[in-house]
Ligand binder design. Sequence first.
Ligand code: FES
Length: 150
Amino acid sequence: MPKITYVECSGREHRVEVPLGRSVMRGAVDNSIPGIDADCECACATCHVYVDESWLGTTGTPVPGSQEASMLSFAALAQPNSRLSCQITVSEALDGLIVRMPEGQTPRWRDDRSVGIGPIAYVTELRPAMLVPGDRGPHGPLQTGVENRR
Ligand code: FES
């Protein structure tokens, strides 16, 4: 079974086996790897990863004009090696793949940053259900729903 290494923005690595035919996203979710929330199948961008440069030739890049390319154009912290991990299907050729999770997708990042800066603004505006009840920002409790839109 192919082994994939998921690297948190802190540098912590998770090397797991992922069955053939599964997505790289599903491999992370099935192994409870932090940093990939994966709320859908190509409409949320919460499975955003940076593919290690040495693997881009194997994974490929998003097809121009595809839904993946469109989603990544709105993703915070997107880079040329960005992919949505739900769109990468695991094959034998991906044995040894290394992907890194963007800083904005880690729980620690969410705890430390202000509402309205960076990806959390996107999350707050479009996906209020992702906020954890009781989360606090620097100016008090985080709010969900329309009352948080300004
Ligand atoms: S899981 Fe939502 S875009 Fe990949």
